[in-house]
Each structure stands twice: as C-alpha cells, then as structure tokens.
Design a protein around this ligand. Sequence first.
Ligand code: 5GP
Length: 140
Amino acid sequence: MTAYDPDNIFAKILRGELPCEKIYEDEDNFAFMDIMPRGPGHCLVVPRAPIRNILDAGDEVLARLCPAIARVARAAKKGFDADGVTIQQFNEPAGGQVVFHMHVHVIPRFDGVSLGPPASNMEKPEILAENAEKIRKAFG
Ligand code: 5GP
C-alpha cells in the first residue's frame, strides 16, 4: 500500500491552504463542491482523518463517515430537486482514484440525464458558489 501524502489537494483543502465551496462539516468529516462536476451539485465528502482510500480506512472512520454521506446526499437531492443521487468512491489508480485522500462523490441525478465525464469540465466559480448555496440551504 502506498503511503498517505499529506500534501495531496484535499489535505490542503482540509487545512484551509486551498479554497473550496464548503457545504457541510462535522467533527470527523468535511464536504465541498467538486470543481469539475459530472453533473450539477456534484460534491465530495471526505473524512478529516489522513486516509488514502477505503483500503486503509478503519472501521471507526467509516462508521462516522456513512451518516455524513447520507446527510449530504439528502441535502443535495433536496437542494437540486433531483430524482435520485449517485454515490461513487474510487480506490487507487486502477480503481479510478485521482486524488489520494479518501473521498466519496455525491451526485444529484435526473431521470434520463447521463453522468458527464469524470474530472473534465472545470465549473465557473460563480456557478459552484450558487450550487453550494442550494445544498447548504437544504440541510434540515
Ligand atoms: P477521484 O477520481 O479521485 O475519485 O476524484 C477526484 C475528484 O476531485 C474529481 O471529481 C475532481 O474533479 C475533483 N477535484 C480535483 N481537484 C480538485 C480541487 O482542487 N478542488 C475540488 N473541489 N475538487 C477537485
């Protein structure tokens, strides 16, 4: 197993060294908008713990992460008035992982609309901000 790199992009976001559109946080987890969304409202939930992916995640981190994923999924669905939500999580390059801090994708989905390509189209900052606000407002 490759070691965790504390200078990965999401570690820098967690430390506040890089900006992001934050939508949710709790003691153990943090969530923010994906800058190259596969659909409107695509966001990422990350545990604060320095974990590369699910292959080195302890049970306790995962147990605390799951309710946060569900909360964000419900808010994303409500905020976008979506028909469903896709949850994705990739592990190691062969599994499609590009950023090596554990993260879970939450993507609002609409009947008959396909997912866009992964990490391909950089969203405008003002659209990301608008979309983040929709999700932030939807937390009950
Ligand atoms: P992975 O394939 O590792 O599961 O996905 C990494 C995700 O991080 C991609 O969807 C990509 O668009 C997103 N991403 C890459 N760099 C940044 C960044 O600097 N900020 C944010 N918010 N998302 C990023």
